[in-house]
Design a protein around this ligand. Structure first.
Ligand code: C5P
Length: 210
């Protein structure tokens, strides 16, 4: 399989110094890349700004903003079978970016617009022999939101996990499929979780796209 993985956060610039972004270590993306190589797959990673090391032997594309990640995914996805969208893409970006560092004032308003939904765009562009997998990180145990995202983003599988997984070496998750199947996965290391996720993703092939 040729696997495309996105990892880490994106940064949406307010000025040359400040940005809006999500907390994300990139550990899940790195674990998925390692699992992909262990499984004998070809792996490409599109990474936002992350400190965590990515394994040797992958093709790595570094990006900063959601717009850059969107462009990189749309360019790379046609040459891959599977997209696993593990990146914590910023949901909003400032409408205007100041070219100079803003001076500190008592109170400011930053007008924002939604970023492009990258995995939804990739799903809409997928051929019949391609699959997309996304994540749904929720504060509470809200599987309904994950089910809704699975449909709205045109995914073949989604991983529900809680915000406790952020920056952690472990993850507790539920895998969900468009046919209503659910598989709870009790807490384990992200490395072990990545092996299971790739096995389930591999099983998506040979079936009609969801
Ligand atoms: O809607 P929410 O951000 O919770 O959806 C999470 C899933 O959608 C993740 O797989 C994430 O990588 C992806 N996503 C995206 N583009 C965005 C926001 C999220 O591809 N702008």
């Amino acid at each position: 399989m040729k696997i495309l993985i996105t990892a880490g956060p994106t940064r949406e610039a307010i000025d040359p110094v400040r940005y809006i972004g999500n907390r994300s270590s990139g550990k899940m993306g790195a674990a998925l890349a390692q699992a992909g190589l262990r499984g004998g797959h070809t792996v490409s990673v599109i990474a936002g700004p992350i400190a965590v090391a990515l394994p040797e032997g992958i093709e790595r594309i570094d990006v900063e903003s959601a717009a850059q990640m969107h462009a990189a995914v749309m360019q790379a996805f046609p040459a891959h079978d599977l997209l696993i969208m593990a990146a914590a893409v910023a949901d909003y970006r400032p409408v205007r970016r100041s070219s100079e560092k803003l001076t500190r004032r008592g109170r400011i308003l930053i007008e924002c617009e939604a970023t492009e939904d990258i995995v939804a765009a990739a799903s809409a562009a997928k051929r019949g022999d391609q699959r997309t997998v996304g994540f749904s990180l929720e504060s509470g145990r809200d599987l309904d939101r994950a089910v809704e995202k699975l449909g709205r983003k045109g995914l073949d599988m989604i991983v529900y996990n809680s915000t406790q997984a952020m920056d952690s070496a472990t993850v507790e998750a539920v895998l969900l499929w468009p046919d209503g199947r659910q598989e709870p996965l009790p807490c384990r290391s992200k490395v072990d979780f990545a092996d299971i996720l790739l096995k389930r993703a591999g099983a998506l092939f040979g079936k009609t796209a969801g």
